[in-house]
Design a protein. Structure first.
Length: 169
């Protein structure tokens, strides 16, 4: 399904939403089209026509509660690790706790990494020192407002680039 980037009234990126929801916001005059889609497609009704939007902006500012820490989700963790296994560098499908939870490890950004299934299975509930393994990169907490847009920065419409970069967030 086609996604549309939603900006706050201050042009701060908020999220992406389905095309249908974006068009509803525009028709209710709660949002305005900032960039139409490159395809030039137009949606028609009996009485009006509207260009298919790529980026829309809310007409009223929506206050976003300040979070000191980005929530740990599977999608965010995979994005942080670039969908690569922290042990071997192959494509990651699972999440692994560096210090296993069975040994007192916490479910935190600093203790979780993306992992391929074979490495995750081989590691099981052992420590890296017991296997002689090392991490390719130290796990860290992601920072910045752009983390609200998981999956957008690299996968979205090219017109979104000015709004989803770290410097814009």
């Amino acid at each position: 399904m086609r996604q549309v980037l939603l900006l706050n009234a201050s042009y701060e990126p908020l999220t992406t939403l389905p095309l249908r929801r974006a068009v509803c916001l525009v028709l209710r005059e709660k949002a305005e089209v900032v960039h139409p889609a490159d395809s030039g497609a137009v949606l028609h009704s009996a009485t009006m026509a509207i260009e298919v939007p790529s980026v829309i902006r809310l007409r009223r500012y929506v206050r976003i509660p300040f979070r000191t820490r980005v929530p740990l989700t599977r999608a965010a963790l995979m994005r942080r690790d670039n969908f690569r296994c922290a042990y071997c560098g192959h494509r990651a499908e699972t999440i692994d706790h560096v210090i296993p939870r069975s040994r007192g490890g916490k479910h935190t950004w600093e203790n979780c990494v993306a992992s391929c299934s074979p490495c995750n299975h081989r590691k099981a509930d052992r420590l890296l020192e017991e296997l002689g393994w090392a991490l390719n990169a130290t796990p860290v907490v992601p920072r910045g407002a752009h983390w609200r847009l998981i999956g957008v920065a690299g996968d979205g419409d090219p017109q979104w680039a000015p709004y989803v970069t770290e410097s814009a967030a």
